[in-house]
Design a protein around this ligand. Sequence first.
Ligand code: GDP
Length: 222
Amino acid sequence: MTDAEENNADEARQAGAQYFLKPSDFVLTVTKLADLPSARAVEVAFAGRSNVGKSSLLNALVGRRNLARTSNTPGRTQALNFFSVGTHLSLVDMPGYGYARVSKSQVAAWTALVFDYLAGRAGLRRTFLLIDARHGIKANDREVMDILDEAAVSFQVVLTKADKVSAEALKSLMTRTAADLASRPAAHPQILATSSRQGSGLDELRAAIAGFLPPDQRGVRL
Ligand code: GDP
């Protein structure tokens, strides 16, 4: 990175950190598309296999312990959970996938809800696809990437639980993942590595999200 790029990245991280100081709240749970809330200025969604650390990451992003809860237990109604951060941003928690023992009809219901949401949501700027840094991309992650490609929704991979792997393993996973994503039209080339436990990578993720907000809505620069 050049000095100028470094400064820009710093500014973006500060703006992201600043925006996420705004109050966050649960908005509603949606199980059918007719119930979708009206879109805020910016909406971003989070998807990932169950247990990937999605609730922990959402809570860490907004600095709250229990805003998002692990509630996507097998057999439960699949739902989209909406959260607000300040007045301009919505975070959407998509149902976890990849349980070993879900029926075909449950998978079909998941796919239908998610695809319809992704394909029809004009305000949705990006889906963050969470991948466990210990496991890398799995077959069902690829199926979700196919859905994202088909719905033409920009998505970005966020590695979770980075604290669980060595720096070398993380680096090699990032290289492999980038190569894997190169042929995917909807994939953002930058891969983020995060640890909710250690707080690493969170400001980069906040910056990526706040980058969608118009400058006057990002909050005062620190
Ligand atoms: P979800 O099912 O995707 O919402 O996953 P959770 O957020 O409930 O996390 C699943 C498990 O992973 C829990 O036991 C968390 O404590 C653990 N976990 C989540 N994030 C991290 C992390 O950054 N580091 C480590 N070491 N564990 C994590």
